[in-house]
Design a protein around this ligand. Sequence first.
Ligand code: ZN
Length: 503
Amino acid sequence: MRYAVGTLSLECNSFSPERTTLDYFRRNGYLLRGEEIWDAHRGMRNELAGFLDVCRRRGVEAVPTLAVWAVPHGLVVPETYAELKAELLARLRTAEPLDGVYLSLHGSMVVEGLDDPEGDLLEAVRNAIGARPLVATLDFHGNVTARMARAADILVGYNSFPHTNLFETGVKAGELAWRHHGRTRDLRRIFVKLPLVAPMERMTIVGDEPMVRLIRDLEAGEDGDQILALSAFGVQCWLDIQEMGCSVLGVVRAEAADRASELVARTARAFWDLRRVFMDFPFHSPDEAIRQGLASAAQPIVLNEPSDNVGAGATGDSTYLLEALLRQRVKAPTYLPIVDPEAVATAAQAGVGAELTLPVGGRLNRRFSRPVTVQGRVRTLFDGRYRYTGPMFHGVETSMGRTAVLEVSGNIFIELTELPVWTIDPEHYRCVGLAPERAKFLVVKSQGSFKAAYEGLAKGVFYLDTPGISGSNLRALPFERIDRANLYPWNETRKFEPDPTIL
Ligand SMILES: [Zn+2]
């Protein structure tokens, strides 16, 4: 058996002032072609690596096409998407004869002028391969559409947040593709779109959070034979597009469609019933969090600023917290990342040891932040390439671009980076010589993904209520294209009764 495999994965944020091009993929993540994919995926624990593991064990020949991934960012420019799509389709043609195709997708990519590129891509691949199996994996934050569910045979979501099971999701998709090969035309997708967009802090699937039970109940309905995969999707909530919302998706054999519809509807109802819970989360002002943190003997304490989460496509250059640290003359060791290519260039030119006075941050996202002038010493310069070492994206190589650590006010270490740095694990601090265990305050920018790697390390966590383009006060953000009249929380009194579509 011969399967073409590939990745086209990016999470977008509609409010980012930045745009995603081929150059961004190349610099921040990866843009791999053909055989390059094999080398790069050695040691990676992502979905494609999981699918390849099944191919190896089952004796399926995998044909590498294109693998493109980067840290979440602004909308993709149309030319970049068109080029990647054309190349993938061309590589599929060259790879013939094929018995199937597997794609690792996100589900919340947005192209300027195209709300649902994954739907568009899956449809194009479907047209190219006819009735042969089309298998894909999706992020828990994917904005799943009926178009995607219609075009693919098998779609599998992570059902995790933090996403600690990327590899296992690829394995699950691979095993299902293997077991149901030759019978995929009998499969149906059971799909419900919820009129719900919700902040993510309370949606993590760990500990005693309410989503844990919902997901476990949903997965208990899978049997691998009749009901292949049941997935819930919490959606990336900063997509200003028309067909938007959380969803529940089942992949089942035709004869189990009615039974699965009931399961999917029950989960969609339970998901909807949590809507007010998602809106209720304790935030602190930066000043209050710093005061409470300093009053405690515990360290390190995480100061988490989810509104500037690069992992949600924000620019990562907010300065609210830096201002508060300076205002309170914090002397305890504090590590803080800020994306600022101009400041990096200045620091790099001045060199290690140089004393500088310069504005930092607040340049990329002027709508929500402003530059702050600091005086400091360049401690470290670094080329920015490293691998994630935590439970999420383990082994995946990324780059924060050239990086300069600036020591300010004696003990505040600002990690200035050229490119977005995803704070899902503290490796970005370690690789510039900042030992997280020695800090009093570790700044993280994350809705919930940081929990996996920071568990055991962080002795306390404060979520900050600063404004920003990945902020949780959704009604304060400049949404224009979403269907406000139809969606919670914009319409708070709306009723909803799930009615699954069989596709
Ligand atoms: Zn996600």
